[in-house]
Write a protein that binds this ligand. Structure first.
Ligand code: 5GP
Length: 135
């Protein structure tokens, strides 16, 4: 059965899309730890990120780097934190989280509540910056 992320990639479930190429898809996390919290997912359905082959894993890191540059251009932060858990959704993904301090990455923090309009505005702004960066 397709994972929820495969359904998002296929457009069967809506998402606030940030970027896409032939191998990867990036979209806003629906339950964000910070404004701009983005997930980067390979289109290939693999549960554990370290089961991806070396080539694809490397390309995923480069794709995530470009997405992170777009996030940094829009969300005031000191850097974009990178996290991999994969305990909830069995489809490899990298969390990109704009942070100001170490504790901003704590899973114990309350999640940020955003309206549909706020999600759309953030996604549009980040997309606008990423368009300037060649994929
Ligand atoms: P993990 O598998 O890394 O523990 O967490 C999965 C992440 O995916 C969580 O941060 C959760 O908010 C996010 N997530 C789960 N389902 C959806 C969904 O349907 N849409 C979006 N945009 N994010 C989701």
């Amino acid at each position: 059965m397709a994972t929820i992320f495969s359904k998002i990639i296929a457009g069967e479930i809506p998402s606030y899309k940030i970027a896409e190429n032939d191998k990867f898809f990036a979209f806003l996390d629906i339950n964000p730890m910070a404004k701009g919290h983005t997930l980067v997912v390979p289109k290939q359905e693999t549960d554990y990120i370290f089961d991806l082959d070396d080539q694809l894993l490397g390309e995923m890191a480069v794709f995530a780097k470009k997405v992170a540059a777009g996030i940094e251009a829009v969300i005031p932060c000191n850097r974009v934190g990178v996290m991999v858990l994969g305990l909830e959704v069995p489809h490899a993904h990298i969390h990109l989280i704009p942070i100001r301090k170490e504790t901003d990455m704590s899973l114990a923090n309350p999640r940020v509540k955003l309206s549909k309009e706020e999600f759309e505005e953030i996604a549009e702004k980040i997309r606008g910056k990423i368009d300037l960066i060649s994929f």
